[in-house]
Design a binder for this molecule. Sequence first.
Ligand code: CP
Ligand code: NVA
Length: 310
Amino acid sequence: MVKHVLRGSDFLSLSGLSGNELEDFVYESCRLKKEGTKGFRPLSNRSIGLLFEKPSTRTRVSFEVAILSLGGHPLVLQAEELQMRRGETIEDTAKVLSRYLDGLVVRTFGQKRLESIAASSDIPVINALSDECHPCQALADMLTILEYKGEFRQLELSYLGDGNNVTHSLMRAGTKLGMNVHIATPCGHEPMDSIVSECEEYCEISGGSLKLTDEPFEAAENADILYTDVWVSMGSSEDADEARSKFLPFQVNEKMLEVASDDVIVMHCLPAHRGEEITDDVIDGSHSVVWDQAENRLHAQIALLAMIYG
Ligand code: CP
Ligand code: NVA
């Protein structure tokens, strides 16, 4: 059971969960969302640090609220306000923090840096976004898909844009759950080869599929889910003007919706750059589920914390 896998553990990516465990997680988060957490206080007398080296609105606030709703005490630790700014290493910081805290939610740069934080501390470390992946986002995305589509297997999940951290976690989740995942990116912006290979292995078990293309309309055809994210991620050195010309054909707009399935849902992890990767009429239109998706960050993280500390 997924509870046993997560209990007391780090959550650095989705790689450690089998398809069945991930599915189990999503159903459990759906149940907790419906039933609420009244009287359920697995974080009582526990303090959880939120260490952020990049900006955040959703992740930070939803984790703070999730921790409070489970009876815990959240402490926001912005990296620029810590001694790290004056050169203290992230490992020394993590070692010290783990003497005070019961868990650390971390938003950082490389996955290696995150792994090093986890190795330096003996409390659970949760990935709140790294350059490589955004697993908490994918948990909320899967909950949203379950709510709107009622199932996972054989859904056509199409992502258009940059092959980034959000794409990697989405691909992992989609292929583990038996979806047909299409990733359309401009040349040079494909997802990481190692993660593509990993997802191909998941497909063999789940019966799903993974297709990469540089043809956005081909990927969007008959899509049940159309997903996009910013063209230039936090910490990327990509020039915004250059990106615009390369990525414009991948914009999720009305034309893209026309080739998708009639009841397609449109997803975006947010923040959105309106008029770039997604148009106003689509993000504000009847197919968009982005606000429910953002709300589900809270519900999925309540479930995650409940399983780690339950
Ligand atoms: N989707 C997401 O992680 O949003 P924030 O950057 O606002 O946390
Ligand atoms: N890919 C984006 C996701 C933000 C939530 C970034 O890393 O900036």
